[in-house]
Design a protein around this ligand. Structure first.
Ligand code: ZN
Length: 451
């Protein structure tokens, strides 16, 4: 069978499954669960894999699920990512009334796209003509929320990272993956898909590290004898001012953002606050910039504590890596060419939809960057959601584009990559230079956290 006929067969298989793919996306929308607690969604996904006659490997990084569809070879192995987790926005009209969870970031769409890939590959039988395999991954927790709860899991040895893809890397689940494909929803109905131009990456995302800080002072009667106390809230206050005083030492090109909030400000109004706790994120476009900002922040925290005779206990928390400087032009061209085959030219944006002439790194973070640091990765953005992302107004309007079209783009790319002795996949793998090796990944994080 020739490549053109095979691709048509594969795209027809997606079309034939359109209703099932939309139904899966809608089921997940109606059953939102936050990171590392996606038990129902994981079970639902494993059930679909099994119904397709595939094996489902479960409970990876607490709630992750994956299946591998093998062609004429085990390798190259292409991973297609779906993210299991929702957000916490109790104000959303469709939020889970018990937990407040809702898919206001559209991860339910990515899940449907990934499930659609499994359906189309199995239904069409194309894998017997392809030289490699495809792993469909349902990965927990992309959103770094509920940090205190996750730190408890960390202390109990159940989790190391805040992100699910990182737990997959740590567990070795990316060791035999060669290329990763992913996407993300955008609140846009003007265009259907945004892909890289093929040569230049679209501006990447920043990375971050977290900090949990405890200021320890001494309690005393606030009216009768405040001089007997050590005011931990005042120490935190001076530390926050000292952090602000560092801000003009951060280079614009590093896109540093330091933000925090106080999770505990004391115990009672008539007692000198003896314990104050803060949570913090330090974002930046490079690992060096994260480390530099972290060093300055630590100095400010200790300075605030020293001024009052208090103590600052700083716990560094692994965040996500910044997107790598280099990428995979051959893979991006494959994505662009398939987008041009799947959509009308006026439905897609090639390059970036950001009209501003100054391209700055995106301030949002994602653990997909950690994957992009260790292997070739292509991501595209999908239109079809409306409202404000991460808010009560978010909803999926263009269901066909959100749920079905990305599946077509994925399967087209898979066919191109694994066709003819997986020539293109091998070119992509040969061209790629990792920022961090898979074996050095944990040491890289250790180095960041130790400063
Ligand atoms: Zn998201």
């Amino acid at each position: 069978m020739d490549k053109f006929t095979l691709k048509k067969k594969l795209l027809d298989a997606v079309e034939a499954r359109a209703e099932d793919i939309i139904a899966a996306g809608e089921w997940i929308w109606r059953n939102p669960e936050v990171g590392f607690k996606e038990f129902k969604t994981a079970e639902y996904t494993a059930g679909i894999f099994r119904d397709l006659g595939l094996e489902a490997e479960e409970k990876i990084g607490l709630t992750g699920v994956q299946t591998r569809i093998v062609g004429r070879d085990e390798r190259p192995n292409i991973a297609v990512i779906g993210e299991l987790d929702a957000l916490l926005i109790p104000e959303h009209p469709e939020a889970d009334p018990d937990t407040g969870a809702v898919h206001s970031c559209g991860h339910n769409c990515m899940m449907a796209n990934m499930i659609g890939v499994a359906m189309a590959l199995v239904d069409s039988g194309v894998m017997e003509h392809l030289d490699g395999s495809v792993t469909c991954m349902a990965v927990p927790s992309e959103e770094p929320i509920e940090i205190e709860w996750r730190r408890e899991q960390h202390r109990d040895g159940k989790l190391f990272f805040l992100g699910g893809k990182q737990e997959f890397i740590k567990g070795g689940y990316f060791d035999d993956v060669d290329i990763t494909l992913s996407n993300h929803m955008a609140t846009n109905t003007e265009w259907k898909i945004t892909v890289s131009g093929g040569e230049e990456p679209t501006p990447g995302g920043v990375g971050f590290m977290g900090k949990a800080i405890t200021f320890k002072g001494a309690e005393a009667h606030s009216g009768a004898a405040p001089w007997n106390g050590v005011n931990a809230l005042n120490a935190a206050n001076i530390a926050m001012s000292a952090i602000d005083a560092q801000r003009d030492t951060f280079k614009d090109s590093d896109a540093v953002r330091v933000h925090y909030f106080i999770t505990k400000g004391g115990d009672a109004v008539n007692i000198v606050p003896s314990e104050v706790r803060m949570e913090m994120m330090i974002r930046a476009a490079s690992v060096d910039a994260i480390k530099d900002a972290s060093m300055k922040v630590d100095r400010a925290l200790k300075g605030g504590a020293m001024a009052l005779g208090a103590e600052a206990i700083i716990e560094n928390i692994p965040g996500y890596l910044p997107s790598p400087a280099q990428g995979s032009p051959a893979l991006w061209r494959c994505m662009r060419d398939n987008a041009l085959e799947t959509f009308d030219a006026d439905e897609i944006v090639i390059g970036t939809d950001d009209p501003s002439p100054i391209k700055v790194p995106h301030g949002a973070v994602s653990d997909i960057n950690d994957v992009a640091n260790i292997m070739p990765k292509a991501s595209f953005r999908v239109g079809g959601a409306v409202g404000v992302g991460h808010s009560r107004s978010y909803t999926i309007e263009d269901k066909y584009n959100a749920y079905v079209n990305p599946t077509k783009l994925y399967v087209g790319m898979i066919l191109d990559l694994l066709w003819d002795d997986s020539k293109l996949a091998r070119e992509v793998i040969d061209e790629y230079r990792p920022q961090v090796t898979k074996t050095g990944y944990m040491d890289h994080w250790k180095d960041i956290l130790e400063g």
